[in-house]
Design a protein around this ligand. Structure first.
Ligand SMILES: [Fe+2]
Ligand SMILES: [Fe+2]
Length: 471
């Protein structure tokens, strides 16, 4: 493994300079990436931003912090260190050494998996591009841009695999990743949640909590892959991803904290007129982002995913901690299902139920956020009252796509749903109110009234540090 050279056009630890053909291919993709960044990336003009840049993958520290103009951010290619003792942990190839090259028989499946992951990375940058104009503080603005540049780097990570291992088809897919755009009529992003808008900061925090967390779980399954370069890339991406989770978790913390303060101060739920976001509205945003993120895990059962598992392409979350044979040929699992029109469960072979397995791991993780936000409420002397809606609520994918249910899991007719959905999902009135609060605070050390300041700054810097210099 080489130490990345920052004088190179594309910083990397994959010995790019020893493979001139690959290097040239990536260098010819680079200007296209930059023009995508210019036209679809952050719109707020900035001089420079205090950013973390990945510079290595070792334990001695992998990142460097400093003010950089975003256009000059070094989007590099970093794979976690190769483990010579690594063995495939599941499926038909369990116990065999991992693959350094793509086996011919799995070529199209692996390409598909990489493209789907790769498509989400630039999508979220596109979704978040206008948020800089309404940032509640320079600290938050910096975090937004940090997430954005790292999603850009994650796109690089996937494009590297496509270029290095999938020939001409891979290069074409890399171009397509820049051609599709979030919300576009004729070339939308592949997955639904990545075509939704992120029009305000409450949405951004919910997105980084719930939707980025889906990404964490997908990367976790790809990290298990028998295709070693994919595994190592995902392992390193997960390091960066932790900060995205942090932005979402603490972002919602701070919104809830501010709302709770005002509720206690005025002994009333009515905080909207006082410039904060009512708990009921926070709950509606949570309901929306959670339910669209559940859809990202696909149907309850999938033979494709069963095949990916058996072939060793995609494992389970924390595969090595599972106490079973890691082949699952004789196991079963209960999955959500409609039974005679009622919400219920049915037993299926564990292999075809792997989407359900992953979704459940994700749900348990989401539950911890809700617990934490309720702890903020009870700490302020209020009733804990936020909760995750039922899995059947507002679903567009899977067993419950064809029905409507309340957040408590009671079935509704289509008419009732239409009449009542505004009780549970953000209405135009809610969204307009939230948007009206989104007045930019771009002054050092200041913060908007709808959100509490963070407990700590970034990298040991104080909250009032000059995280961003506007142009
Ligand atoms: Fe990402
Ligand atoms: Fe992310």
């Amino acid at each position: 493994m080489t130490t990345p050279d920052y004088a190179e056009k594309i910083p990397n630890n994959v010995d790019l300079r020893d493979d001139r053909r690959l290097q040239r291919a990536l260098e010819s993709w680079q200007p296209n990436f930059l023009s995508w960044w210019e036209s679809m990336g952050p719109t707020l003009p900035t001089r420079d931003v205090y950013l973390r840049t990945a510079v290595n993958v070792g334990r001695e520290g992998w990142a460097h912090f400093g003010h950089v103009p975003m256009r000059d951010y070094r989007w590099g290619i970093f794979l976690a260190e190769r483990d010579p003792g690594r063995r495939v942990g599941f499926g038909d190839h369990k116990g065999e050494p991992p693959w350094q090259q793509v086996p011919g028989e799995y070529r199209s499946e692996l390409r598909r998996l990489i493209v789907i992951q790769g498509d989400t990375e630039p999508a979220s940058v596109e979704q978040q591009r206008n948020l800089g104009a309404t940032a509640p503080s320079l600290y938050d603005l910096r975090n937004l841009f940090q997430v954005n540049v790292e999603e850009g780097r994650h796109l690089w990570a996937m494009v590297y695999l496509l270029h290095a291992h999938f020939g001409r088809e891979g290069r074409e897919e890399a171009e397509e990743l820049l051609r599709r755009n979030s919300g576009s009529e004729d070339a939308p992003r592949i997955l639904g949640a990545f075509n939704e808008e992120t029009p305000d900061w409450l949405s951004f925090f919910m997105f980084t909590y719930f939707t980025d967390r889906d990404g964490k779980y997908q990367l976790g399954t790809l990290k298990e892959s028998a295709f070693d370069p994919l595994s190592r890339t995902c392992e390193f991406m997960l390091k960066e991803e932790a900060h995205h989770m942090f932005v979402g978790t603490t972002g919602v913390d701070r919104v809830v904290e501010r709302t709770a303060q005002l509720m206690v101060e005025h002994d009333s739920d009515e905080v909207a007129a006082r410039g904060a976001i009512p708990l009921a509205v926070i709950q509606k945003y949570l309901n929306f982002h959670y339910s669209v993120s559940l859809d990202l895990f696909g149907g309850e059962t999938s033979t494709n995913v069963a095949n990916y598992y058996t072939a060793g392409l995609k494992g389970r979350w924390l595969e090595d901690r599972r106490r079973d044979d890691h082949k699952l040929t004789s196991e079963s699992i209960m999955v959500d299902a409609l039974q005679d029109g009622e919400i219920g469960q049915t037993e299926v072979a564990a292999l075809v139920g792997l989407n359900t397995d992953l979704r459940r791991e994700y749900i348990a993780d989401c539950q911890s956020g809700v617990k934490r936000w309720n702890r903020i409420l009870s700490g302020a002397g209020l009733e804990p009252r936020l909760k995750l809606p039922h899995v059947a609520f507002n679903r567009k994918v899977g067993a419950f796509a064809g029905i409507e249910a309340t957040p408590d899991g009671e079935l509704l007719t289509a008419g009732e749903w239409e009449r009542r959905k505004g009780e549970w999902l953000p209405t135009d009135v809610d969204k307009t109110h939230v948007r009206s609060l989104m007045q930019p605070v771009h002054e050092r050390g200041k913060i908007a009234a709808w959100i509490a300041p963070p407990r700590n700054g970034i990298n040991g810097k104080p909250f009032d540090y000059d995280y961003v210099h506007l142009a």
